[in-house]
Design a protein around this ligand. Structure first.
Ligand SMILES: [Zn+2]
Length: 404
């Protein structure tokens, strides 16, 4: 049994600043780190303008970052504004590696990424066991199989639950968090601590939809958007809303209300007995039940999607109902919140993509004359993206120290 304080420490390649150093960045300088990380290298003039700072303030904030080796000056370029030679600033942590793990009821998906969430290695396996200890041990084994150029320095784990802080933090910044994961039969599991003990990595746990939304905001389809919504379609329906650059806190009850929001009182039934709610139209279970009823046999989501694309009338109808529901809920979100960008993600997205006309119908029925101003993009449908979201959780927690 490894002592919690003396877990196996990852080896740090030369030239990479220690992950702990990011913790010394002052709150005032963190937006500079975030800007360089998300939008790439920039001149001091660009950064000052983007962040609304004077040149003097920016220099004061960046000087300690350069001195600590966290931010580096790149080769000289000529400032497009004034023609003067200048050296753009960039994040210096190119060598940092992060582990992201997404758990579902029956699978574990793992990725190793760099500091900007580029996936360098990935693995997926059925869960070998469902206890927290078994899951952590399996993640440790997959980690050993990946790590193309040295082990990662921090880990993020995401799952369909709402981890809550339990007070206190380990010496490496791993906060105590208690997780309920009904789909794994877990209650009050100190998952971050267990994972850290098993892998030796500072670890943070987050809700999977929130993690995916943050990843889309920084490194995905929502990059550059201050206002957007993410709707995920899979075993459950997920929702995240960003307003003015921050994610709105939504409770488990809020999300339950969202996923059972009634779109069509004459629509199909959900397992809770609602007619025409979002889950009845879009959850994987509902899509498979509808297809199986029509086809008179059991089918997989992949089969339904392929049959819909091939023109099978039953599966086209299932795809059409799902796509209409996604359009209608995107239109409703836009009507109520003012966002103009809705990203859909999850395993049901490909099926929705087979019925784009129905998606447009759903939007039009809710947005009326203004349907052209709402952009609904069909985003990532693979579980790799969810694991990447978990890696971004680690980057947010241990590099940018982003509180939201
Ligand atoms: Zn329902």
């Amino acid at each position: 049994m490894t002592d919690d304080r003396r877990g196996p420490r990852p080896h740090r390649p030369a030239g990479r600043p220690a992950l702990d150093l990011w913790g010394t960045v002052t709150p005032a300088a963190r937006p500079v780190v975030r800007e360089l990380l998300v939008n790439g290298p920039g001149t001091r003039t660009d950064l000052a303008r983007t962040l609304g700072l004077s040149g003097g303030s920016l220099t004061r904030l960046t000087k300690p970052l350069v001195e600590a080796g966290l931010v580096a000056e790149r080769s000289v370029v000529h400032d497009p504004d004034n023609g003067r030679p200048t050296r753009p600033l960039d994040i210096a942590g190119d060598g940092h590696r992060f582990l992201g793990v997404k758990l579902t009821a029956d699978h574990l998906y793992a990725v190793v990424t760099d500091l900007r969430a580029t996936v360098l290695a990935e693995r997926a396996e059925p869960l070998a066991g469902r206890t927290p200890e078994a899951v952590c041990a399996q993640a440790r084994r997959l980690l050993d199989e990946m790590g193309p150029d040295g082990p990662p320095e921090a880990a993020g784990v995401s799952l369909g639950g709402h981890p809550r802080p339990a007070g206190g933090a380990g010496p490496d910044g791993t906060a105590e968090q208690l997780c309920d994961a009904p789909f794994l039969g877990w209650r009050d599991v100190p998952l971050a601590r267990l994972f850290r003990r098993t892998t030796g990595l500072p670890t943070v746990v987050d809700n999977d939809v929130a993690a995916l939304a943050h990843a889309q905001h920084w490194f995905g389809a929502a990059r550059g958007h201050r206002d957007f919504a993410l709707v995920t379609v899979g075993a459950g329906i997920g929702y995240a809303l960003f307003l003015d650059g921050r994610m709105r806190p939504l409770s488990a009850l809020d999300l339950n209300g969202f996923s059972h929001h009634v779109l069509d009182p004459g629509g199909p039934l959900c397992p809770d007995g609602h007619r025409g709610c979002l889950a009845a139209h879009l959850s994987t279970q509902s899509l498979l039940a509808a297809a199986a009823q029509g086809l008179r046999r059991r089918v997989t989501l992949r089969e339904v999607t392929e049959l819909a694309v091939a023109g099978d009338p039953i599966c086209r109808s299932v795809a059409g109902s799902a796509a209409w529901a996604l359009g209608a809920v995107a239109g409703t979100i836009a009507n109520l919140t003012g966002v103009r960008t809705v990203i859909a993600a999850g395993e049901g997205v490909e099926l929705v993509g087979a019925a784009r006309a129905a998606l447009a119908d759903g939007i039009r029925q809710r947005r009326h004359r203004d349907h052209h101003t709402l952009e609904v993009s069909l985003g990532p449908d693979s579980f790799t993206e969810w694991a990447r979201g978990a890696a971004v959780t680690a980057i947010r927690a241990f590099v940018v120290r982003d509180p939201a």
